[in-house]
Ligand binder design. Sequence first.
Ligand code: FAD
Length: 153
Amino acid sequence: MPLVMRVLCGGVFGSAQVLMLSGIGPADELRKHAIAVAVELRLRHHPHGTEHPAAVAPCASLRPDPGAAPLIDPAFFSEPAFLRRTTHSAAHPVGTCRIGPDAASAVVDPQLRVHGVAGLRIADASVMPSLIGADTDAAVLAIAERAAELLLG
Ligand SMILES: Cc1cc2nc3c(=O)[nH]c(=O)nc-3n(C[C@H](O)[C@H](O)[C@H](O)COP(=O)(O)OP(=O)(O)OC[C@H]3O[C@@H](n4cnc5c(N)ncnc54)[C@H](O)[C@@H]3O)c2cc1C
């Protein structure tokens, strides 16, 4: 039977939330909400170098009510030294389900397929591996076009 391909486009926080509600994500966070772990993936990573902690590692945590919006922690105060150097905030979070080579370091592969999950791709700002040097909307459209190409084969 041909594999049905689904594409998740819930955005930086929505896609991370849907994955977690489906048992895909950090095991400790899932177990806190009595969600069976289907695939353990790291939905955020620790920034390094000059990456802005808030832009690269926003955190979407679940609430007890699965229908409620996720708790969003932009981690603005997690790196006081960085904050003092560069204080600036904007509405362009990325990278909760970033692209990378394997499940140990990323959520989707370069073809946007969720590591360890058959038939699921993500196509939105959540897959950006790091913050781009511009506003994010055009890059999201490029990701969407690439996803369409991949789906069409
Ligand atoms: C205030 C603000 C201003 C911005 N200004 C600019 C700008 O000037 N230029 C620029 O380039 N970028 C701008 N951005 C950033 C840009 O809007 C985003 O990078 C872009 O929209 C991300 O696209 P996306 O597809 O990843 O997510 P989104 O556009 O957020 O789309 C995700 C969609 O999924 C839906 N969704 C989420 N969870 C679920 C669920 N469980 N079930 C069903 N639906 C769900 C959401 O309602 C939403 O419609 C701005 C962002 C904000 C917040």
